[in-house]
Design a protein around this ligand. Structure first.
Ligand code: ADP
Length: 487
């Protein structure tokens, strides 16, 4: 009991660990996927904004640059004059410099006449005349929901660099759009992750409950309750596992029932001769008997002991027949030689009660079997044919083929079997007439052994019997066409 409960704990602990591990792995994987999607979506949206902003800023710069390039002289007043006509630009700050970087125009008004060494302007001017026409610089910075963008482009007149146009834009509306997009994506991600966690919890709970049901059933069966069944609803692998488990338990229960019935039947059967032996020895010890009576009693003790030996031998051979798997050492043999061998062995028994053997071996057929198995079948059936025959009776043994089957027919002219007993004669220890069986040394195991061996060799056995007329046992096996030795 202590071992079982220790097992229970370790199973539970082991299982919850597995459940936790799988649950966490599931949550972590989905978290990583969602995180990647989140970063990817934010990146893509920023990239789209960047590209559209770059296009619009550079276009505005080029527009201003083209207009300014038409001026014959670039001075603060001429530039201011032309810029005032470009109201549609809608930018935060516009700066126009000459080729040396001195500011000619500043929309904020602060830098006119001074050098403004902003990186974008420096980059455009240092290209000098070597710069290809349309050389533009754009930079972008997004922070706290604000989009700051800068663009610079050269002013080129007749192939000469005559200045630079620089623009900045402090865009809060597009910045807010990016911020709201990113927070929406983040919220969706968080929502999905929560759904995943809840789903994982619910799923792993159901899974764990179903698995626990199987494990509880296993423990109940371990404790010896073989009739217990696990009830698994659904239509998945766990249901299949539950059904397989029930099948296994059913088989276990059947074999356990068979085993205990076998043990109780066997002990009951063995008890009878042992009780007789005890009775006979007590009689010898307690009574004053003459030598002849003592000899008679000791003879009876010997007979009972012989019966015990026969019974234990049969029990052993039945256990062996039931436990053995279909044999890989089977050989293709004709039935005739084995029938003749058994007949030779049983000849003295048959002669003792005046039974004649009729061996009709002309239509002999080869079958695939272990010779020892065939011997046991023929011996038990022929022995019964003698034991349950009448004095002067006949025992006929005939192998023959019909279509793809090989048949072995053993018929006697004996007492026959009552109709209601026919279905029971293959049961262990079953005897129609206990007194007769006892008298002939029967154990009630012969036909059980025969049927077990026949079935193990893919065969079937049938009985036809008429009371007072005789009995015919017909054994059927798959036939083989190979030419083999008949001796
Ligand atoms: P036993 O050792 O008692 O012969 P079996 O298992 O061989 O046990 O047979 C079971 C019972 O079937 C026998 O006790 C007998 O009553 C009946 N039986 C078997 N073979 C024959 C037969 N050829 N004719 C009549 N009854 C038979």
């Amino acid at each position: 009991m202590a071992i079982i409960s220790a097992n229970k704990k370790s199973v539970r602990r082991g299982y919850s660990k597995t459940q936790f591990r799988y649950g966490m792995a599931y949550v972590a994987i989905t978290f990583l996927v969602l995180l990647f999607l989140n970063i990817y979506c934010s990146g893509i949206s920023q990239r789209l904004f960047y590209e559209s902003k770059e296009a619009s800023m550079v276009e505005k710069c080029q527009l201003a640059s083209d207009e300014i390039a038409t001026l014959e002289v670039l001075s603060p007043s001429t530039v201011a004059g032309i810029v005032s006509q470009m109201e549609s630009l809608k930018i935060t700050r516009l700066l126009v410099t000459d080729p040396s970087g001195i500011t000619l125009y500043d929309s904020s008004g602060s830098a006119v006449g001074s050098y403004v060494l902003l990186p974008e302007i420096v980059q455009v001017l240092t290209q000098g005349t070597s710069a290809p026409e349309g050389y533009d610089v754009f930079s972008w910075f997004y922070h706290d929901g604000v989009m700051d963008s800068r663009a610079a482009t050269p002013i080129i007149s007749y192939g000469t660099l005559v200045g630079c146009v620089y623009m900045t834009e402090h865009d809060t509306s597009q910045g807010a759009l990016i911020a709201s997009l990113q927070s929406t994506v983040l919220r969706i991600t968080l929502f999905l992750e929560i759904v995943v966690i809840l789903f994982t919890l619910a799923f792993s709970n159901t899974f764990s409950r179903r698995l626990n049901r199987i494990m509880t059933s296993m423990r109940i069966i371990q404790e010896g309750n073989y009739s217990h069944k696990v009830n698994m609803d659904g239509n998945d692998e766990l249901t299949i596992l539950g059904n397989e488990f029930n099948d296994l338990t059913e088989r276990l229960q059947t074999s356990e029932q068979k085993r205990s019935r076998f043990v109780s039947d066997a002990s009951h059967e063995l008890k009878t001769p042992l009780a007789s032996i005890k009775l006979l020895t007590d009689s010898i010890l307690q009574n004053d008997m003459d030598m002849d009576t003592v000899r008679e009693f000791v003879g009876d003790i010997g007979n009972e002991a012989e019966r015990l030996i026969r019974m234990t031998e049969k029990l052993l051979s039945l256990t062996k027949a039931e436990g053995a798997a279909p044999d890989g050492e089977n050989e293709i043999i004709y039935m005739g030689p084995t029938i003749r061998r058994v007949a030779r062995m049983l000849q003295p028994n048959a002669e003792g009660v005046g039974i004649t053997f009729c061996l009709e071996l002309e239509d002999d057929v080869p079958i695939l079997i272990l010779e020892d198995d065939l011997y046991q079948i023929v011996f038990n059936l022929m022995e019964n044919g003698i034991k349950y025959n009448v004095p002067g009776g006949r025992l006929t043994v005939r192998p023959y083929r019909e279509e793809d089957n090989a048949y072995l027919e053993i018929s006697d002219t004996g007492v026959g079997i009552p109709e209601d007993a026919i279905s029971h004669v293959f049961e262990r220890f079953y005897r129609v007439d206990k007194a007769r069986s006892r008298q002939t040394g029967g154990s009630g195991l012969g036909l059980s052994i025969v049927r077990t061996i026949v079935r193990r060799n893919r065969g079937e056995i049938q009985i036809q019997s008429a009371l007072g007329k005789g009995t015919t046992f017909t054994v059927c096996f798959p036939a083989f066409d190979t030419e083999v030795d008949r001796t």
